[in-house]
Design a binder for this molecule. Structure first.
Ligand SMILES: CC(C)[C@H](C(=O)O)[C@@H](O)C(=O)O
Ligand code: SF4
Length: 467
């Protein structure tokens, strides 16, 4: 029987071969950030356990650091400095490469890793962070782990893992103009629910996926954790090779040619069997906006807040609670909702392409009075590149704050936040209660929708502003 791309990578990394139970996998790359990684390093060093392959470990400051211009290690979050200093000391003691606050390569871990070519097709990559699944977009087996698992992997370069089941989601058709991978990810969550991928590694395939550029594939795979999946993966193709070519940590010379050959051969066999197969047509997808407090509580932008008994796959109690928390009445058209803030950032949507597309909408226009609008580039490299292209001027002239890179207000860790009851249209991936600040109301959407909404002062369809 044929094997899936997942099977090929897994079996190739299972020490002693695959078994019926959990397998011991060889781990090629470990990424750490200051929120969870420093703790793991500290715990190992307290027990005098060395990191087994420091060259294969990469640490970065992204989660807790402030994103104000002129930031330092002293953070708005009261205990933030401690996390930063612990990570710095731990990385130095273990001989691990650290992309610190002053590094030109600093950025959100899932943005800077592909950018530097740390994640490669066919490799295993882990990070104590749930959105590590993003990086499966490059054809790697990349998944989020806990801090204890990180300690084990750091000490041994291996990890014992229960083999997930295999799911393929074949997405046919093509996304329409002004509709993005973010809308696709939200539409999938709306259709299949936040538990839809539980226990599975999801392979995204089909014409709509093949048509996505690598940044959009990263966005699609990013939200596999919202789908409760073990991770997501997309078979490498020529777009993957073109994206990786020349990046800092990819193989060079003859090794590159050999690697390309291997990578292009890495796909699911035609007769491979999946435990679950789903299909979806991308052509009808509209820009999507969440109305509730889970990513599956989502409707097309020209839709209305659903009635409590018609509000997707969550239970009635949770729907009513969501409506209350979000301050919404059933039947209200999404586009009539006035907003207090607009946020472009996060590992889902803060790459150069996201910023370019948002800037196209903002160019020559102004953010509506009273709307706090913030753009946080996903990495210092994205920020630099955007500035070279003059995008920062477009954002600033429109009335957006232009920040340093980091997770920032994607998640409230005790530092930066929006205000209570603020209605925020956000290019992030989670809309849980208080995710972006205590009491903040988050509506997830694409960067284009965030930009259009910031200009209108209410949720707005970017397609109406295009051209
Ligand atoms: C802090 C970290 C562990 C967390 C995660 O794993 O997802 C964060 O990145 C998030 O998005 O909530
Ligand atoms: S940007 Fe948000 S979702 Fe992504 S890693 Fe940071 S906190 Fe998590």
């Amino acid at each position: 029987m044929g094997r899936t791309i997942f099977d090929k990578i897994w079996d190739g990394h299972a020490i002693g071969g695959p078994s019926d139970d959990a397998d011991l996998l060889l781990i090629d790359r470990i990424l750490l950030h200051e929120r969870t990684g420093g703790v793991a390093l500290k715990s190992l060093s307290a027990r005098d356990i060395p990191v087994s392959a420091p060259d294969h470990v990469f640490a970065v400051m992204d989660h807790i650091v402030d994103t104000f211009p002129g930031r330092t290690s002293k953070t708005l979050m009261p205990t933030g400095t401690e996390f930063i200093e612990t990570t710095r000391a731990g990385a130095q003691a273990a001989g691990i490469r650290l992309f610190d606050l002053d590094s030109p390569d600093q950025g959100i871990v899932h943005v800077m890793s592909p950018e530097l070519g740390i994640v490669l097709p066919g490799t295993t990559l882990i990070c104590p962070d749930s959105h590590t699944c993003s990086q499966g977009a490059l054809g790697a087996l990349a998944w989020g782990i806990g801090s204890t698992e990180a300690e084990h992997a750091l000490a041994t370069s291996t990890l014992k893992v229960q083999r997930p089941r295999r799911m393929r989601i074949t997405i046919s058709g093509r996304l329409g103009p002004g509709v993005t991978a973010k809308d696709l990810a939200l539409a999938l969550l709306g259709r299949f629910g936040v538990g839809g991928g539980a226990g599975h590694i999801v392979e995204y395939a089909g014409s709509a996926v093949e048509a996505l550029d690598i940044e959009q594939r990263l966005t699609l795979c990013n939200m596999a954790t919202e789908f409760a999946a073990f991770s997501a993966i997309i078979a490498p193709d020529t777009a993957t090779i073109d994206y990786l070519k020349g990046r800092r940590f990819v193989p060079a010379g003859g090794d590159w040619n050999r690697a390309v050959e291997d990578w292009l051969a890495l796909s699911s066999d035609p007769d491979a069997e999946f435990d679950t197969e789903l299909s979806f047509d991308a052509s009808g997808v509209a820009p999507m906006v969440t109305w509730g407090t889970t990513p599956q509580q989502v409707v097309a932008i020209d839709g209305a807040v659903p009635a409590a008994d018609d509000a997707g796959q969550t239970g009635a109690e949770s729907r009513e609670r969501a409506l209350r928390y979000m301050g919404l009445e059933p039947g209200t058209p999404l586009e009539s909702l006035a907003i207090d803030a607009a946020f472009i950032g996060s590992c889902t949507n803060s790459r150069i392409g996201d910023l370019r597309r948002a800037a196209e909408i903002l160019d020559g226009r102004k953010v509506a009075p009273g709307v706090k609008a913030i753009c946080v580039p996903g990495s210092s490299t994205v920020k630099r590149r955007a500035e070279e292209e003059g995008l920062h001027r477009i954002f600033q002239r429109a009335g957006f704050e232009w920040r340093e890179s980091g997770c920032s207000m994607c998640f409230f860790a005790g530092g930066e936040s929006f205000g209570p009851q603020d209605r925020v249209v956000s290019s992030t991936n989670r809309n849980f209660e208080s995710r972006q600040g205590p009491g903040t109301r988050t509506h997830l959407a694409s960067p284009e929708t965030v930009a259009a909404s910031a200009l209108a002062g209410h949720i707005a369809d970017p397609r109406k502003l295009a051209a």
